[in-house]
Write a protein that binds this ligand. Structure first.
Ligand SMILES: NC(=O)c1ccc[n+]([C@@H]2O[C@H](COP(=O)([O-])OP(=O)(O)OC[C@H]3O[C@@H](n4cnc5c(N)ncnc54)[C@H](OP(=O)(O)O)[C@@H]3O)[C@@H](O)[C@H]2O)c1
Length: 253
């Protein structure tokens, strides 16, 4: 018996990093899990890692017809959704002057528009007592150079958590956001590879850890624990919150 037995879970961006760690935790505790991703390589490796009890679906979080197809698949597979974790996202490091309209749209389409419409299309499948978690970023409260479009999109997403918490409250759906600082995940592994660094050296490099009061990257499993808690009935008195999982990063200038 697991503490999430039979819970029906949908995770966008669940093929890597924080979404994958959360999918694994919930599957291990008895949940039924559907994850989405976009690239074939990540979809294939998630199928391998999660095993046959999980559904791994190709669905681009920025494309409304894909979101419709996701809602239809979830309806036919599960009938309803207890936990919705809208997590697909990434940031592009680009100087403000060099941010093109295409980069601006990419950041807002992925980090704000996608979760907005995914929540809109999937909320009708969510019963009383269900919950949504949105993944935001320290960039939505800190001014971080090179992340102006991403930070603004994640700040809009934080705002959406408040609005949806209020609007979905009468339907018994809780909505919260988790603000991430530096947490080990696929995106950092790719950045390490791009610089030619070993990923363990990259995570220990003071260029990163010196910025974090707790002095280290967070772990994807630490994120998964918090996310699973917020989705569960143990957090039944928490809605509209933005919880920091950032080792104190957003508290210092
Ligand atoms: N890790 C951190 O330090 C950190 C810090 C601040 C915020 N965050 C936020 O945390 C969330 C998870 O990121 P992560 O760190 O776990 O990175 P990750 O390991 O790269 O995982 C990102 C996930 O999102 C998926 N994804 C990206 N674009 C997508 C799209 N258009 N449609 C569908 N899926 C898409 C990826 O699948 P594909 O690879 O197939 O596209 C992957 O499954 C993101 O919202 C990110 O902005 C993370």
């Amino acid at each position: 018996m697991g503490q999430y037995d039979g819970k029906r879970v949908v995770i966008t961006g669940g093929t890597s990093g924080l979404g994958l760690a959360t999918a694994k935790l919930l599957l291990d505790q008895g949940a039924r899990v559907l994850v989405t991703g976009r690239t074939k390589k990540a979809l294939d490796s998630a199928r391998e890692e999660l095993g046959k009890n999980a559904i791994v679906m190709s669905s681009d979080a920025t494309v409304l017809t894909d979101i419709d197809a996701l809602a239809a698949r979830v309806k036919s597979e599960f009938g309803a959704v207890d936990f919705l974790f809208l997590n697909a996202g990434y940031g592009k490091f680009v100087p403000f002057e060099g941010t093109s309209e295409a980069v601006y749209d990419e950041m807002f389409n992925l980090n704000m528009k996608g979760p907005y419409f995914a929540a809109q299309k999937l909320a009708p499948l969510m019963p009383r007592g269900s919950a949504i978690v949105l993944t935001t970023s320290a960039a939505n409260v800190k001014g971080i150079p090179m992340l102006s479009a991403y930070g603004a999109a994640k700040a809009a997403l934080r705002s959406l958590a408040r609005s949806l918490a209020a609007e979905l409250l009468p339907r018994g759906i809780r909505v919260n956001a988790i603000l991430i600082g530096l947490v080990e995940s696929g995106q950092w592994e790719r950045r390490a590879a791009a610089t030619g660094a070993k990923v363990t050296d990259f995570y220990q490099s003071t260029a990163h850890t010196a910025r974090v009061p707790l002095g280290r990257f967070g772990l994807a499993d630490e994120f998964a624990d918090l996310c699973a808690f917020l989705l569960s009935a143990r957090a039944s008195y928490v809605t509209g919150a933005g919880i920091n999982l950032d080792g104190g990063l957003s508290l210092v200038p």
